[in-house]
Design a protein around this ligand. Sequence first.
Ligand SMILES: [Zn+2]
Ligand SMILES: [Zn+2]
Length: 294
Amino acid sequence: MHACGHDGHTTMLLGAARYLSETRNFEGTAYLVFQPAEEGGGGGQVMVNEGLFDKFPAQEIYAVHNWPGLPAGQMAVRAGPVMAATDEVQITVRGRGGHGAMPHLVVDPVVACAQIITALQTIASRNVEPVDAVVVSVCSMQTSQVGAFNVVPDAVKLVGTVRSFRPSTRDLAERRLKEIVTKIAEAMGCSAEISYVRGYPATVNSAREAQFAARVGERVFGKGNVITEHEPTMGGEDFSYMLQARPGAYVFLGQGGAQGGCFLHNPHYDFNDEVIPLGAGYLAALVEEALPIK
Ligand SMILES: [Zn+2]
Ligand SMILES: [Zn+2]
């Protein structure tokens, strides 16, 4: 399982749909968007590209994601970036394999990669402004031969991710990553092939709509239960494409003390059904507050 609670989100929006259609305590049109293939599949981007806002011309857009660790009955929203741009990197460093006991006869891509992995951390520590955020994580390293204790492989593949908020930081990180990888590989006598694929852009709430969401949240959850000072997260979210097309706000809905102490994407994750009415109530209240009967 993806273990992110998207079934819970779907249930909340269905609840809001039922309430809104039965009570009709608003004037105007509200569109309820069930964003498919969130995260991995990028359904948000596909919907925008296929003309979501042409077919359903909403002026503002809002979304909810559950958040383990934030108490049930609380909501968090802030203006500005809330989630990061997520880029995927694949690097192949090629040398010349050979006998592990005769290093003078090989060009070792493993040693080159060891230096590349370490040097990539200087993007965060030495290139990006300290008060800005960037993450460079090399998450996988695979040599072209696995298991032999005495054979230097021909090639090594590294796979990782780069996260950022500002577009200029994203550009900088991509440029530095390519320079560091290419030049260290070259200095070690190797060659490097880099595939840098830009994934989702950062999820950025517009100021007015974030304030509006907070105000509606206060109505539903009570003053003191809407947190506007929370830190953004370096996770990614394809609702970002909708926020590029329309002003709006992506908020986090408290899940309660993470069950089993685990967070999203954890095999022990279990959506807290108790918050379904809270999420549904918030979504419905957004509509009633934005489109009051005159
Ligand atoms: Zn997820
Ligand atoms: Zn999710």
